[in-house]
Ligand binder design. Sequence first.
Ligand code: AP5
Length: 209
Amino acid sequence: MKLIFLGPPGAGKGTLAARAVDIVKVPHISTGNIFREAIAAKSELGLTVKAIIDAGKLVDDQTTIALVRDRLARDDARGGYILDGFPRTIPQAEALEGFSTLDRVVNFDLPDEVVLKRLGGRRTCKHCGTNFHILFDKPKREGLCDSCGGELYIRDDDKEEAVAKRLEVYREQTAPLTGYYRKKGLLVDVDASPSQEQVVENFKKSLGL
Ligand code: AP5
C-alpha cells in the first residue's frame, strides 16, 4: 500500500506512522527525519538545509524531489510505503506522479490549539528520533528515550518563532494539497485529535482495515 500522511506540523504524523508500519507492513519514509539525520551527520545536504529547517521554512522542491525519488527506488519501498512530510507543495505532488502511483492520502484533521499543545511539549530522541511528549507520552525515565536510552531534546524548529513560521508555510503551501488530492478521489480524513490509541483506530477505519 502506498500512503501519504498529510497534515499540519505536530499533528502526530510521525507518531501514527511508527504504529502504522506494523499494520500495513510497509516502511515509514519521513523527509523531515532524512533531513535531521543529514544534519546530525553534518553531511553536505545537512549543512545546506540546517538553517532553512531551523527557521521553519521549506527546503527547495528540486532537492526534496530528488531525495524522495532516490529513496522510493530502493528495494524496501517497492511494495509500498508511508510517505510522511512529502509532498508539501503542488510541484512536489506533480513530480511524485511521475515516479510513483498512490493508493490513499491520509489527511490529519485537528484544530490549531491541539497542534500547538503537541509541538509545545514534544521531546525527540537525539539518537533514534522517537518522539515523546511531556504530558501525553512521557518517557519512563525523564529525559531519556524508552527505545534506545538516547538523550531527549527540543527540536530547534519547535521554538515559538519557527512554529509560527511552519504553520504559516503549511497554510500557504501545503494545505492546498488537500483539495488537490480530494479532487483525485484519494483523500481520506482522519480525526487526529484524540489519544494515540484512538487515532490508530480512526486510521484503520478510514482505510477499511
Ligand atoms: P517534518 O519533520 O516533516 O515536520 P512536520 O511536518 O512539521 O511534522 P512534525 O515532525 O513536526 O510533526 P508530526 O506530525 O510528525 O507530529 P509528531 O508525531 O512528532 O519536517 C521538518 C522540516 O523539514 C520542515 O519544516 C521543512 O523545513 C523540512 N521538510 C520536510 N519535508 C519537506 C518537504 N517535503 N519539502 C520541503 N521541506 C521539507 O507528534 C507531535 C507531538 O505530539 C509529539 O510530542 C507526540 O508525542 C505528540 N502526539 C502525537 N500524537 C498524539 C496524540 N494522538 N495525542 C497526544 N499527543 C500526541
